[in-house]
Design a protein around this ligand. Structure first.
Ligand code: ZN
Length: 79
């Protein structure tokens, strides 16, 4: 089953500054702000930090890492 789980992160619109939700699959793509319709590149690198942002980003990263190294989980167990 393809892991098409909708991981979202929130990013502040560079134009209106409001928080919008962007799908992780849209990273690097042009997205439109849900509030002002301004278009910008979703990069997930929003400077403003929030717990949700961190968690979402972490999850995306973990998922990537899992895909990359699902085979080499030998002695990399974090205590
Ligand atoms: Zn906006």
């Amino acid at each position: 089953m393809p892991s098409n789980a909708t991981i979202r992160f929130s990013q502040s619109c560079p134009t209106c500054g409001r928080r919008i939700q962007v799908r992780a699959s849209m990273l690097g793509s042009t997205v439109a702000c849900q509030h002002c319709q301004a278009e910008f590149i979703a990069n997930g690198m929003e400077g403003e930090k929030s717990q949700v942002d961190e968690n979402c980003r972490l999850m995306a990263r973990v998922e990537k890492a899992l895909q990359k190294s699902s085979a080499q989980s030998a002695s990399t167990t974090i205590a």
